[in-house]
Design a protein. Sequence first.
Lengths: 582, 264
Amino acid sequence: MIEAQVVLFAIQATLKLYAGARQAYVDATLDRELVLPLPRAPDLSKDINNIVEYFNTDEGNAVRLKNELVQTLLQNPAQNEAELKVLYLYYFAEINDFDEEQMTGVEISVADLTNLLTIRQWGRNENPGHPGAFQRIAGTIVEIAVDYFATMPGAVSEARPEGRALLAFLKGMSDVEFATKNPGDLAKGVMIGVLDAVAATPTLLVTGEKEQLLIAGMTAALAKAIDRPDDVNTEKKKRDAADWAQVVSAALARGATDIVLANPSLFLGKTDAGKIVLQDVIAQVADLAFGADKVELQKVLSTEGLTTIAQAALGAISRNPAILGSNNTGLKKLVSEVTATLAISKIKAGQDLAPHLISLVLERSAANLDLLWEGDRDDPGRNLLVVAARQTLTVLSTVTTGPAKTPTFAQDQLLSILDAVFAQVQENPAWVVDQVTGHHSETVSAALAAALAALKGRKHSQFGAEAVRDALRASLLAVGARLEFLDHLPADDAAAGKAFLTAILDAVLSAALEAPMPASRRWQIARASVIQPLVETSFSLLAKKGVTRANLVILRVVLDDLVSGKIRPDDFATALDSKLPG
Amino acid sequence: MMIFRGLTIAVALTGMIMLSGCGARHMRDAQDSFNAGAAAENQLSTKGDEAYTSALGASTYGTAVANYKVALSLLDKELTQNRAELDKDKLTGTAWTLKCLALWRIADLDASIPPNNAASDSAIKCAKDGLADTGLTLGTRDRVLLKALPAFVEADRGRGQTSYSAAKDYFVSAQVGLDDAIAIVPGDHGVLLYLRLVYLRMLRSWRGAIKTLGGPPTDLVQNEAAFDAQYCALKPRIDTDKTVKALVLKEFQSAVLNAPKSCP
């Protein structure tokens, strides 16, 4: 039985090897060097008249004037033809700086001439459009070896988990055409990256059927992703690309494992279009790493970031497979859009903000896909959360710089603010899109700007980034409850022209942080843990009883009572509630 | 180990299959013949033009013509009988170019061909048809050679004229054709050196015509300027490659003309 398999393998290998060898032979014929003949031309130095003329003009004349022998011979050129020709060859070589010790003039050997006139089909830096003979044959042999180990029973021991993992990897690589494409170092990078991840992931070493399918599917997707025109042309760049392939492959393998194994039927099964979902997702994330934008993305995405994106994408798909979009390009475009938005906003944040923000968008989008990403899922511009993120980052970036700036947010604080914005948009899409006109709405920008107008320039020692974040979240909740918070106060108010939201925050923060009061009382009030409930209470009670100028005045009075010590911070909510009408 | 047993059988079978032959093998035979012809002709070339007609050169001359004819015969057969296979392997362009080159050399060398333009016309037609056929896959060298080939023929025709004005027309036409071909050579492709050497040969033939057929002194000045231009175009290689320097100076020496002392 085994003998029969060996013969069958030999026949298949023969056909493959023959095809590879024959194509290499054909390519070599096309590329073959050709010896080209120089056309004939008369040798004018055989004519003594031309020699005489030579010694009577320019440099030849100068030689004649200094050389009595030449002068004597030229008196009877016909008789002295042989001598004059020899002298011509000698002086020609000397005048033209040709290193010639003998009197034979310039000579060239047949071998040298043939060598110079042996012309290759392609220039040194030209791409002939096909691999060299060595790569084609070597690649064919590698393909045969991969086929062999992937298909021959017993070639790789399946008794051990590592053997089963390797077998799954080889099956994944079996579609790579090493003979005609040039994955080269990149393929090695994928191999090391995936096998590293397998070795480091105990779950994968269980290597049951689904684990093997996962490794094979992942490898095939990565192999497909690196199968693109080679745009690296120096050894260093090639090494960098191979290193990148390795870390990306390991990151994706690590990121995908748990989620895929938790839902193997979804990710390892085929879609209606016959595609394997896992391969589509890996291919899109890998495309980010190996595609045309990779150089830019390498600057903003760490390997952990890629893992986060892979996990988020797979997690989002497990919740709602429709998020992939019809052309399966939505994820890639979403990543590009978010990284570009971050770059434009000039927000100072860690390298991981982009992947976590993408993760946040995907997570919330998957939960409310029809509401948040209406229409074309391959167009991230239609994702309301992307629009909201853009507006939020733009507003935040304009107030975190300059002399009266707000504190610089840490990455998790930024994500927390964005999450609060997303929660409001999810609750009410009108925050970013006008329900009547369908055009973008500026509510997110207006709410954040109104809040930040009050927060900007406060004493950060008492009211730091955490408190600003909480105040922003409270402001967003307030506007979510009552749009009137964004109405502006009339001209006769002390806060004329400001939004109610700004005026309320101003009132609370001024009272808590700036109003004159004894040090012992300030000690109680001027702290974030007290201010935040004051802000939230003010917003919630005014939202409940009306965002009006009269109620704002009442709020100011109750805050004065707090500053003067008539009421304690704990009594603020009761006092305000009782004084507000209704 | 089983894989080695399997591969051993595979390699043995592949070897047997490869021996069964294909169109590429006939193409290689034609290339070998052409290369042998060109090598023989270049051997004569190092000894000067009179070697072509000398008793000593007769054997080499005969070898060159015979090899070109063998190449042409093989190529004609492949292009008529195995065209589909050549097309499939994308070898038709190479075969076609080689056929045109063989026609060019045979038209110039074969003493049995009547001294009219019919044979060289077929070389020019061959080159023009090859360039016009969009179905042909042409490598860089082959494309450049097809583009330049009519100029090669014009230079040969100029050399054979007995009236200076007729000769000049051919040389002017050859000069234009060579300039056009040089313009399409990418970067530092080896075919560029070949074209410039052919250019120098053409200029030498022209210089010979000026002197023997009574061309005006103004043409001689123009001719020397053209020599200088080719020298200067090759100057970077002349400065770095002694063989190229020798080959170029040999052209000047045979033209009885000093190389320029400086280049712009």
